[in-house]
Design a protein around this ligand. Structure first.
Ligand code: ADP
Ligand code: MG
Length: 355
């Protein structure tokens, strides 16, 4: 069913995106990046491809760390450990390969990783052991930009090593595109990953036509007569997750206005929560970030208008470089986009939240 609000894991429940599924399944580069705003279907795309490929995989969901300001190696390894143990319950021979590396202790068919001292697990050795175990393995890190908060270990050298020397494939997804690039330092000549050719798959929000087709197909699957497609697109926009939630809600309450309002209040709660996470390390600047979001949500705004509004709020002059920095953070985390010379919210329900 298209309107099932959980992430999809079967192609028949997923609207369109055929090309993206095929592209991901090819895994034509050692590292694949899946990029797109929140709720455009990245996790679903990954689950569908994994289901169809039927290859062993490790799936790390970094969303767990969204609310944290930093992540240490221990916390990260606990997640990896859990996934490795899922895999070793299925493939007991994996243990034989893990046994050989330092920082691993074995109990039955479960492993424990050491995260401290000289014998802490080296992430490179782990990737090598996985590669020796099965060259078809896929290592997925969903919402990988969270790893920018990782302290005490640098994952870029292991990723670069895997890129250059191993056969296993790595898939990284990110809702906050700029932040993911910043983490990978792809454009930084001193980065271990500099110059590598990643395969990029971008999930864009649905166009008006796609959104309408999505709703049509969803309602016809559940035999509901519905005609107000344009109205829904105009109010909600093309983010698949919000459209799914709308369809799901409408199928229960069968009232257009109420379903739109319910979708909006659900979206608003989530967006505010996510914006709070974004603000968590912004200290005194929180009010300024909020002011910028309000300004661009009232109407898309130029740099100078944003600066004027900020200065008016505090009655002081704020330097250009500080304002540049705020806008960069908002752009990197996909809260705003820059179109021509104006800054706008990245999607309609973000605009509505801050209006
Ligand atoms: P992301 O990982 O990008 O945040 P998800 O895969 O979690 O997105 O999808 C968000 C919601 O939108 C889920 O309810 C999912 O079922 C739905 N969804 C996203 N894309 C599609 C699609 N193409 N067809 C059907 N449902 C979709
Ligand atoms: Mg996801």
């Amino acid at each position: 069913m298209l309107f099932d609000p959980a992430p999809k894991d079967k192609r028949e429940d997923f609207f369109d995106r055929e090309e993206e599924i095929e592209k991901l399944k090819l895994l034509s580069s050692p590292i694949t990046l899946i990029l797109g705003l929140r709720r455009t279907g990245k996790s679903s795309l990954i689950k569908i491809a994994l289901n169809e490929l039927n290859r062993p995989f490790i799936y790390l969901d970094m969303r767990k760390f969204e609310e944290k300001r930093s992540i240490n190696y221990k916390e990260f390894l606990i997640e990896v450990e859990r996934e490795i143990n899922k895999l070793s319950s299925k493939f007991s021979q994996l243990i034989e390969f893990l046994k050989r590396i330092e920082g691993v202790s074995i109990m039955g068919n479960q492993v424990r990783f050491k995260w401290q001292g000289n014998e802490r697990l080296s992430f490179t050795s782990l990737l090598e052991a996985l590669n020796d175990f099965n060259k078809d393995l896929i290592f997925i890190i969903d919402e990988a930009q969270e790893l920018i908060k990782l302290r005490g270990i640098d994952l870029l050298p292991p990723l670069a090593y895997a890129f250059d020397n191993l056969k296993i494939k790595i898939v990284l997804s990110g809702s906050e595109m700029g932040l993911l690039y910043r983490f990978l330092r792809i454009e930084d000549p001193s980065s271990p990953l500099f110059g590598r050719a990643f395969l990029k798959i971008e999930l864009k929000p649905f166009s008006r036509e796609e959104a309408i087709e999505f709703l049509k197909r969803g309602f016809s699957q559940i035999n509901i007569n519905f005609t107000e497609y344009d109205k829904v697109y105009e109010e909600i926009g093309g983010i698949p997750g919000w459209l799914t939630y709308f369809g799901y809600t409408y199928s229960h309450i069968r009232d257009l206005r109420k379903s739109l309002d319910e979708t909006f209040s659900f979206a608003k709660r989530l967006i505010i929560h996510e914006f709070e996470n974004f603000l968590a390390d912004k200290g005194e600047a929180r009010k300024r970030y909020l002011n910028i979001m309000r300004t661009v949500s009232a109407s898309c705004s130029s740099w100078s208008k944003i600066k004027r509004e900020l200065e008016a709020m505090e009655g002081i002059t704020i330097s250009d470089s500080i304002i540049y920095n705020y806008l960069k953070h908002l752009l990197d985390s996909s809260w705003i986009v820059k179109n021509d010379d104006v800054y706008c919210p990245s999607e309609p329900l973000i605009r509505k939240t801050f209006e």
